[in-house]
Every structure is written in C-alpha cells, then in structure tokens.
Design a protein around this ligand. Sequence first.
Ligand SMILES: C[S@@+](CC[C@H](N)C(=O)[O-])C[C@H]1O[C@@H](n2cnc3c(N)ncnc32)[C@H](O)[C@@H]1O
Length: 430
Amino acid sequence: MYELYPYFTNDGSVGLFSPSADDIYHSTYGALTEAYEKFILPANFEKYFKKNKSIKVLDICYGIGYNTKSFINYFLEFMSNDTIGSDNINKDNCNAQIYTNNKKLYNSTVELHTNNQKLYNSTVELHTNNQKYNIYINAIDTDKILANLSPFFITGKNNIKKQQLTFKQDKIKKMLAEKTKQIYSLKTETKIILLNLLKDNIDSESENILFSKKYSKFFDRSIIDLYKFYKSKKDKYTPLSCLDSFLHNIYYKYISSSYKNVLKALKMANFNFDLNIEDARQVLQKDNNEYNYIFLDAFTPAKCPCLWTVDFFKLLYNHLDNDGMILTYSNSATIRNAFLNAGFCVGKIFSESANKFTGTIAVKNKALIKYELSEYDLGLMKTKAGIFYRDENLNGLNEAIINAHKIEVENSNLESSSKYIKNFRRNNDL
Ligand SMILES: C[S@@+](CC[C@H](N)C(=O)[O-])C[C@H]1O[C@@H](n2cnc3c(N)ncnc32)[C@H](O)[C@@H]1O
C-alpha cells in the first residue's frame, strides 16, 4: 500500500515521511527554506539571468517539487523586480543594442532621440519582446504520485496552528516550538504555473489521494477547485484555448496585484517542463540536453547510492554545460572524491545564515567556484572516507552497490579517516 505521512515543517511548508524508505523527504527546519538555501541561493541565478535569456534546469529527485517551485518562484521575483526594466538600462545601452538590431528597433530609436523617458521605456519593451526568456525544466523522480501531487501542497505558516500533528508528534512539536526565522515563502502563483505545467499528468491514483479526507488538510483547496474546474471544461476546448480559459478564470477569481506581475513574467518567458517518472540513470542515458543547473536531491548516499556513484557523475558530466553547475547538499568526502574522479572541479557551498558549509558544487569551469576545498577536505578524500560508490553499468541495485563499496573499504590499505582526523588536529594544534 502506498503511504504518505505529511507534516508541516517550520516554515509552514509540508514535509513527508515515507515508511517504505524509512526516511523523511524534507527537513523539519523548513522544506521550502531548505530548497531555497541549498539550491537557489548558491546558484546565483541573478547573475545568470542578467547575462542569459535561456536556461535549462535538471531537477533530479523532484519529489513534490520544492526545488523546481523555488526556482520558478525565484524567476518570478526576478522578473517582478524589473531587473531588466528601464531603471537598469541607460540610453547608451539601448542605442548600442538597437543599432545592432533590426529595422523596427532602429525606427524606434529615432523616436527615442526626440522624446526621452516614455520612448526609452518603449524601446526596452521592444527589446524584451524580441528576446523572451526560455525556461526549460526537466524533472525526474521514480515516484509518480508524489510528482503529480506536488503543486497542491499547502504552504504558509498559519497552517501550522490549525494542524493536528499525528506523525512523530512529540518530535515534530518540539522542533516547531524552536523559533526559526522564516526567510522564504512560496508565491501562490508558482503553484498556478506548476499546475498548468502538470495538468495532463494527474492520474486516478493521485486524484484519490488528492481528494481523500485523510490528506485534505494538507492540500490547497483553491487549487483543487481550479483543477476540478479545469477538468470539467477539458473536453470543450482545444488545448490552447483551454489554457487561456483556465488562466482567465484564475485571473478573475484570484486576481491580486502581484498576479499582474506574474502575467507579465509569463508573457516574457516560455516555460517548458518535462516530468520523467523513471530512474534518473535511465532517463539521462536517453537525454541529449546539456543543462546550466543540475539539482541533485537524492536521499543520502547510504540510502540511495545509485545516484551518488562515480559512474552516475560521469553521466552527469556529459549533461552539464561548460559553464554549468551541479548543486548538492552532501558534504561527504566520498561524494566529493567521486565528482573529482568523474572529471569535475569541486567546491563547497557556504550558508551565511547557518554560518557553515552546507553542500558541494561540481563544475567544469573552475572560475565558478567561490569556496574551494580546504587542505583538510583534500586530505580526507585520500583516506578510506574518499572511496566512492561504483555502478559501472548504471543499473545496479542500491543493496549491491552498498555491498561492493563495503568490501572495497574493508580491503583497502588507505589510512582510516579517524586516524587522519586525529593527526590533522594534532599537527595543526586544533
Ligand atoms: C529527498 S527526496 C527529494 C525531495 C524533493 N526534491 C522534493 O522537493 O520533494 C528523494 C526522492 O528521490 C526519489 N528517487 C529515489 N531513487 C531515485 C532514482 N533512482 N531515480 C529518480 N528518483 C529517485 C524518491 O522517489 C524521492 O522522491
């Protein structure tokens, strides 16, 4: 039987516990906050979007989609902050752009010279109309139900108060009582976009969960109503007009000033989203894309080693743009050494709010690394702790990969990590 155990995390977003995996999918500290801090903040998307109009993101282990949601959310914020708007572009820039562009834009420059501010803005608009952002997200997960339900999960701190927690009640309550500052919350519009993107993928099993009483308190009613509305109209419209009527309905039902910004953002971007319900190793062997960002959010290496092997990382190498970046939450020497042996340059992720290193990045272009591995990190990778997982044919079972790794560690002559750490501390007076 398929079982979900949802609970509200500290920032109000829903986390999940899986009895079959015997693991939580999201940190109780805050599922959305975690996604934002681990995958969005270190990626420096602002810098990227100022230079590029097209982006390909690979979300490995999509789950209920917090990493993709946070990414779309970030993009909407970036657009509504008008980063590419008139305030940031001076007339000289506009001219330079226009003279290298086509006739239509050239004409509008002539007008620009005769009347400044208003026409200056209209030039910017032409410029942005000419170059829409292209957003492509490829999401992969083996769990179809989770992926299908992802846009529906409620977020919002107020929900915590109404919640009757049943899962590990004491532990969760204690954690919720600890005060943490909420630094991130999801724009409702993000859910709307995702609902659009996922509209054809909802199957009956997911619907049963979606409409069951057991889980009802976790789902966003307004989105569910919109889903029902959409479904009831589905046969009457062609796909395109159906989407229009759906958006139209949202517009009148849930209009807010911020939503206008979203519509603006939608006009300025082409969103394309693929959801692959299959083992990530198989999906990527058939995929020809090169990605600018790869989010790797698998369970821990000890639980899901098949997505942390040197061979899987070699596969990722072929899918990473030369200036691309892989982001993970793992700090382990095993993982860092596997990335190095797969050909990547490896660096660390530093969280300013936590004041500590919270993950690892893998890149082809070393200049993208802000925090280099230290002498200690490099030394640790040369001990038994650096022995990585292998999966040569990219189809091994997790248990088999773990067993082979265990045997390799046992037979290795490398120094043990505990001895290395002890010596390092002694030699460096720590
Ligand atoms: C820690 S959860 C990811 C949470 C997710 N990023 C989210 O926002 O909800 C790990 C996910 O890995 C998926 N998974 C496990 N093995 C996989 C594999 N071989 N290929 C693709 N997905 C896998 C699980 O179904 C689970 O949803």
